[in-house]
Design a protein around this ligand. Structure first.
Ligand code: SAM
Length: 198
């Protein structure tokens, strides 16, 4: 049974949730990275995340035991939907109206601050070892990169996710998208009930 304070907190959080902002994690296979990404998703208000589970690895699904303490229990508040492969996941999200931004270095890559994150947006993140495949990056609407000026070529995937998602949060705050609930009143009520009485 949720206390009135707990219920008020749940409502406050849900009023900031952004159903039109999400991530797609393509075979991100280290639990601490997955957990850190989900924790950032919770912080910026991502309602639901997406992922392709690593093939044959220890994380065959995105069930609760996948997460370490790193998530700070955020995984309870940000469900991860599983997809069989990255290209079909990209197509499915595009079919729902999302622009997919692949974090990938290519001829057509732009600085991650250039896209308009107030549009329905999915940030596609790659596996620690392989990154996003060329085929999946081609299927995306844009390729984005965080400029790097160091000796090392890439960031940790959870750091890259946080950098990009907080740019999305910055743009959405400026556009007033956290000032009014983005969820419909019906969805907000339903989720508040589900979160309060799991
Ligand atoms: N060897 C991999 C490659 O060539 O793509 C490195 C992958 S990197 C360790 C893991 C993931 O972090 C990438 O797939 C991407 O999602 C994200 N990432 C790391 N550095 C990035 C950067 N500078 N810009 C955008 N995304 C980055």
């Amino acid at each position: 049974m949720a206390t009135p304070e707990r219920y008020a907190k749940i409502l406050r959080v849900l009023r900031h949730r952004q159903p039109t902002l999400t991530v797609l994690m393509d075979e991100v296979n280290k639990p601490h990275n997955l957990s850190a990404i989900i924790r950032t998703c919770d912080a910026v208000g991502v309602l639901e995340a997406h992922g392709v589970p690593p093939k044959g690895g220890p994380l065959a699904s995105f069930s609760g035991h996948t997460y370490e303490a790193t998530s700070g229990s955020a995984h309870k508040w940000v469900p991860v939907h599983s997809h069989p492969d990255a290209v079909s996941a990209v197509r499915s999200l595009q079919g729902q109206g999302f622009q997919v931004l692949a974090t990938h270095l290519s001829q057509r890559s732009v600085d991650y601050r250039e896209p308009d994150y107030t549009r329905p947006t999915c940030v596609l993140l790659g596996a620690e070892k392989w990154g996003v495949s060329d085929e999946t990056a081609d299927a995306a609407d844009h390729n984005i990169v965080i400029p790097m000026f160091g000796m090392v070529q890439s960031l940790n995937v959870s750091v890259a996710a946080a950098t990009i998602l907080f740019e999305a949060q910055r743009q959405r705050l400026a556009a007033g998208m956290y000032a009014e609930p983005q969820l419909s009143p019906e969805a907000l009520d339903r989720l508040a009930f589900e979160w309060a009485y799991p």
